[in-house]
Write a protein that binds this ligand. Structure first.
Ligand code: TEU
Length: 566
């Protein structure tokens, strides 16, 4: 089969709420995006992915959709959307929408109808269940099972009017849709076709490995120190998940070759990802796996575990090898749920912020797969200085804090330490456009304060400086578009036991690329096979002075190329 276009593509993610505000209400909007399309196109990316812009009560910043076929008025109108789509297409890029159909908002008319009574025609569109046998409905512990919600508290909400509970893996304002019901599936497919017919080029599919549940809804293993059990095994990659995606493919994707589907799948394994992305099975193009962003998590959710580079290399190495023959990787450090990568695995201090941001970008982008750039990553944006829990806006941070501190007796300072490092609001501070007040994001009061480092870290400054992170990302993306070994080359991990250097080769035909990233603030010599020859090879890209004898400066990355003559 011919290689699909997205094998050589790079995707840029926009979180509309935090991107650019055109009307001074403190919230980003579609016209703000339209105004800044040249910044994105200038990077050379191929695809823009928009986080949800649908009408929503914004309980989870738009991941709670109350109407799948319209635009949230705070963001604009369908006319603005069409203009944005045209602007993206004019610049030779594609536009991918977020698809949030594991759950809807509780304010969606489907749920309003479902909630109206036990005999509602849409009752079965969601997961309604009676209280645990022998228990008084609505009393503590009477929930249908012991599952905890991802955002804290029980995964069940009691509805006094009908005496039943509904399931919500995420917030109580995000009831899970019942994919067992064929009417639900048909309604979703119809909506997806409506957007594709309007001209959009694909979907990023939110928690799409949660849509099939074990319908017996058994209790989960109790979580240590928590009142709740782990429902994950019963809602992740459930028995009918592949079947549902194949059906979606038949009803929606078949015959639309120019589109892109990326399935967000927390907890997906390499083996399952091969099945989900095997083109012959006709499910999805690629998955977002989570192993590498969970690398610094451990048994205790409220402890910070330092990065072990060997573990990270083990994870990427496993994914690269597992999808080498069949299937396809996506590559990301950042999105709207992850802390900023330069603060997480790099050094966000003044001396090495830019250099380490470039190193991290290069190491990621030169793997095999489709890279994703999250807004601000191309500027080396950093985590924000959150002082107290009152500084956070994210429902996940607030919900988890309440559960840990109020219900589980954790020390507030310990919980805050983890939220400061991992909290999703780190990714959601407004995009830093220039050095004017509020970083040029808004003329009003931003919904979440701008990171105070915007006078130095901003897009205008980056555009002017040829050595900026922005121009480095541009060069990386160009390399993907011009050097076939970046797209198709075989991947070999080097130095798997080294805690300081991340090194690998990519080989295609007679061309071999060598990538070495220094993950430390010290000088390190790369002791690899054939080092003398590599030291003389063509240096394609670096973020510091050309090294001698493969001695890398702090946070340096080098990309060498050798071409053997036939
Ligand atoms: O995220 C799913 C998901 O896996 C998150 O719950 C993630 O594990 C967690 O936030 C890490 O801190 C998707 C969306 O990307 C996220 O923004 C939504 O809140 C969530 O689904 C529910 O729609």
């Amino acid at each position: 089969m011919e290689n699909p276009w997205w094998h050589s593509a790079v995707v840029y993610q926009i979180y509309p709420r935090s991107f650019a505000d055109s009307d001074g209400d403190g919230m980003g909007d579609l016209r703000g995006i339209i105004d800044h399309l040249d910044h994105i196109a200038g990077l050379g990316v191929d695809v823009v992915w928009l986080s949800p812009v649908y009408p929503s009560p914004q309980d989870d910043n738009g991941y709670d959709v109350s109407d799948y076929q319209d635009i949230e008025p705070v963001f604009g109108s369908l006319a603005d959307f069409d203009e944005l789509l045209a602007g993206v297409h004019e610049r030779g890029m594609k536009l991918v929408m977020d698809l949030v159909v594991n759950h809807s908002s509780d304010e969606h008319r489907w749920f309003v109808e479902s909630r109206a009574g036990r005999d509602s025609a849409k009752r079965d569109w969601y997961w309604w269940r009676p209280a645990r046998e022998g228990m008084q409905p609505g009393t503590p512990g009477a929930e249908p099972n012991n599952w905890g919600s991802v955002f804290g508290g029980s995964a069940w909400e009691y509805d006094p009017a009908s005496g039943e509970y509904y399931l919500h893996i995420f917030s109580r304002k995000q009831p899970d849709l019942n994919w067992e019901n064929p009417e639900v599936r048909e309604a979703v497919y119809a909506m997806m076709n409506w957007w594709l017919d309007r001209g959009v080029d694909g979907f990023r599919m939110d928690v799409i490995d949660h849509i099939s549940k074990d319908t017996s809804l058994p209790d989960g293993v109790p979580r240590p120190g928590s009142a709740y059990g782990d429902g994950g095994p019963y809602w992740l990659n459930g028995p009918r998940n592949h079947e549902f995606l194949r059906e979606m493919h038949q009803r929606v994707f078949a015959g639309r070759d120019a589109m892109l589907t990326v399935a967000e799948m927390p907890g997906v394994t390499v083996q399952e990802a091969v099945l989900y992305t095997d083109p012959a099975r006709r499910e999805v193009d690629m998955v977002f796996q989570f192993d590498h962003v969970w690398v610094d998590r451990g048994a205790d959710p409220w402890l910070l575990y330092p990065l072990r580079l060997t573990t990270l290399k083990g994870i990427f190495g496993r994914w690269q090898a597992g999808l080498a023959e069949v299937g396809w990787n996506s590559l990301y450090w950042n999105n709207h749920d992850q802390p900023r990568i330069v603060s997480r695995f790099g050094d966000d201090g003044p001396r090495y912020r830019e250099r380490s941001a470039k190193m991290l970008g290069a190491v990621l982008h030169l793997h095999r797969g489709t890279p994703y750039v999250y807004q601000g990553e191309e500027l080396g944006m950093t985590n924000a200085p959150f002082a107290t829990i009152a500084d956070f806006r994210d429902i996940e941070a607030i919900g988890q804090y309440t559960q840990a501190v109020t219900h589980e007796g954790r020390a507030p300072e310990d919980v805050l330490t983890v939220l400061r490092a991992r909290g999703r609001d780190n990714a959601r501070t407004p995009m830093q456009w220039d050095a004017t007040p509020n970083a040029g994001f808004t003329t009003g009061t931003p919904w979440l304060p701008v990171n105070p480092n915007y006078p130095e870290v901003n897009a205008v400054a980056a555009a002017k400086d040829p050595d900026s992170v922005y121009h480095f990302y541009r060069a990386l993306i160009e390399l993907r578009h011009t050097e076939p070994a970046v797209v198709h080359g075989d991947f070999t991990m080097l130095l798997p036991n080294d805690e300081r250097l991340y090194a690998f080769t990519r080989a295609l035909g007679g061309t071999t690329l060598l990538v070495i990233g220094n993950f430390t603030g010290g000088t390190v010599r790369a002791e690899i096979d054939d080092a003398a020859a590599w030291a003389e090879a063509e240096l394609l890209l670096t973020n510091a002075a050309a090294p001698r004898d493969l001695v890398l400066e702090p946070w340096q990355v080098v990309v060498y190329r050798r071409v053997s003559r036939p």
